[in-house]
Design a protein around this ligand. Structure first.
Ligand SMILES: [Zn+2]
Length: 254
């Protein structure tokens, strides 16, 4: 693997600037339930680089201590990360909390409680965005989400209409199936550059969503994030808040 080509990221961002346009980058970090040393590190990075952060919080386990910790953080939004992050799929299948393994009414009742819980705990920083655990949700669940108050669905990968407006994460820094640490920086940078260039050649570029998982970051992951935020921070404006993207950055429902 060659050294990460941070210059190629600079160049991709410069192409946007030269075109008089601004890419929409956003940052989703998953699985928060309580204050931890890793969360402190995450908040320190985001705050230090003035990067808005969308924290996908697991409603069932979320603590009031987490709400108190986030209370002074101007740039942090909270999204609902399922209800319990419990797997209900058999071991022969990919993990799912929100799949077809239980009656839809049961799943939806939990998701309704989840949104109410994060709104109660986190107030105005709670956004009506559902982040399904493992980025998977049964197609029979989605039609019931709007009635619960959810306005946006956020999974992983190229966004496509899903029956609810979509704001996806599109670049995952972790190597889940190999080292379980950070992917090689050069690979992640190349992916970002590819998505930036695709967006620039598109009339309706989609937001580029960085996906992180603070609880399992190795040192390489933290170092990558610091470098990425530093590199993109030289652009203006570098990162979009989820609030702003909810207004105009979502892929329409249909
Ligand atoms: Zn998760």
């Amino acid at each position: 693997m060659t050294a990460p080509s941070w210059a190629s990221l600079d160049a991709a961002l410069a192409r946007w600037r030269d075109a008089g346009r601004t890419p929409r980058l956003w940052w989703r970090d998953d699985d928060a339930v309580e204050p931890t040393a890793a969360l402190e590190r995450l908040l320190g990075l985001a705050g230090g680089h003035s990067a808005p952060l969308s924290l996908a919080v697991i409603p069932e386990g979320a603590t009031s201590a987490l709400a108190e910790r986030l209370a002074g953080e101007a740039g942090v939004a909270v999204l609902a990360h399922g209800w319990s992050h419990r797997n209900h799929a058999p071991s022969s299948q990919k993990k799912q909390e929100l799949g077809p393994h239980r009656p839809a009414a049961e799943v939806l009742a939990e998701l309704g409680a989840g949104l109410r819980r994060i709104e109660t705990l986190f107030g105005a920083r709670a956004l009506p965005v559902l982040v399904p655990p493992w980025n998977r949700i049964g197609s029979e669940i989605v039609p019931g989400l709007a009635g619960l108050g959810y306005r946006v669905l956020s999974v992983f990968g190229p966004p496509r209409p899903a029956g609810l407006p979509v704001l996806n994460a599109t670049v995952d820094i972790m190597d889940w199936h190999g080292t379980r640490g950070c992917r090689p920086a050069a690979e992640i940078v190349a992916e970002l550059v590819g998505q930036l260039d695709a967006g620039l050649s598109s009339g309706t570029p989609q937001p580029i969503g960085l996906l992180t998982h603070h609880l399992v970051h190795d040192e390489a992951a933290w170092a990558f994030l610091d470098r990425l935020l530093e590199t993109t921070g030289r652009q203006d404006p570098a990162w979009s808040s989820a609030d702003a993207l909810l207004r105009d950055g979502c892929v329409p429902a249909n």
